[in-house]
Design a protein around this ligand. Structure first.
Ligand code: ZN
Length: 286
């Protein structure tokens, strides 16, 4: 699944490709992609004549800001956008087509069909699902150490599932959580409330650095992710821990192992990320 750096890369590419274009016609070929409005025909009609002003990102969601509406799009596992000439042959798994007045066409392809699109009157999109409960944006100026500490410290939850919860911090998924915890030297099963101020500082810095480094090279190409132009990201070559089970740690040479934390495959260096003695605590359910 694309995470923040990949969606950020898609957003930047889409801005280069389609910002300023006016939609002439929309065709939905797979109704279940459209989550709102219920009436697919209405989705197609409302978008006619709208100009794409810009494309923004909130967490792992793309926000297509139009004249009067905002279209919120989530790529899920394998959703992709591509810009075509209107008469280019249709590729397999093309589910939504946005024809522009200049004859080009933005096409949404999705092999797994898990992607979603919601259309809202402008401004309403932040008050309703799926965007209304999203947490801090880790690349925003508002993501200060204090803001981070406030959300994370004192929680009696393992740190990894907490970081994956989009209601606390958005956009970092399994890859970047593993990378950030490794850089900060924190075991993924540590209880958040057991982290010292110094560890929290290291973690905050590691999250920002990991995401920025990845955005810089266009995200990671894990499985089938490609950006809006069909180019693949390069960050997978810089991964320190994700996907490197049984390989030596780049910092200390210990063998990286893979386990399951909170239901997710998790990569750990036993030496760099020790599981410190836990304090006695109440049982919590997540
Ligand atoms: Zn190590």
């Amino acid at each position: 699944m694309p995470e923040l750096p990949e969606v950020e890369t898609v957003k930047r590419t889409l801005n280069m490709l389609v910002a300023g274009k006016t939609i002439e016609h929309v065709q939905v070929r797979l109704p279940r992609i459209i989550q709102k409005p219920d009436d697919i025909h209405l989705f197609e009609v409302l978008l006619q004549g709208q100009t794409i002003q810009t494309i923004e990102r909130r967490g792992k969601f793309l926000r297509f800001v139009l004249d009067d509406y905002v279209m919120v799009s989530h790529l899920r596992m394998e959703g992709r956008y591509g810009l075509y000439q209107g008469d280019d042959p249709l590729e397999l798994h093309t589910h939504v087509l946005f024809r522009f007045t200049d004859g080009t066409e933005l096409r949404y392809k999705d092999v797994r069909q898990f992607g979603t699109m919601h259309l809202f009157p402008k401004g309403d999109e932040l008050k309703q699902a799926p965007l209304h409960k999203l947490g801090l944006e880790p690349l925003d100026e508002a993501f200060t150490f204090e803001a981070f500490r406030e959300r994370i410290a004192n929680r009696s939850t393992k740190i990894k599932p907490l970081l994956l919860n989009q209601e606390y911090i958005v956009g970092i998924g399994n890859i970047y959580v593993d990378e950030s915890l490794f850089l900060a030297g924190i075991h993924p099963e540590r209880e958040a409330s057991s982290l010292t101020r110094k560890e929290l500082e290291a973690l905050h810095e590691a999250i920002v650095r990991t995401l920025l480094d990845s955005v810089e090279v266009g995200g990671s190409s894990i499985k089938s992710y490609v950006n809006g132009q069909g180019e693949i990201g390069l960050f997978q070559h810089q991964l320190n821990i994700y996907g490197r089970q049984s390989e030596p740690c780049k910092k200390c040479g210990s063998e990286i192992y893979k386990t399951v934390v909170g239901g997710r495959g998790t990569h750990i260096c036993p030496a760099c990320q020790p599981l410190k003695r836990k304090r006695v605590r109440k049982k919590t359910v997540n």
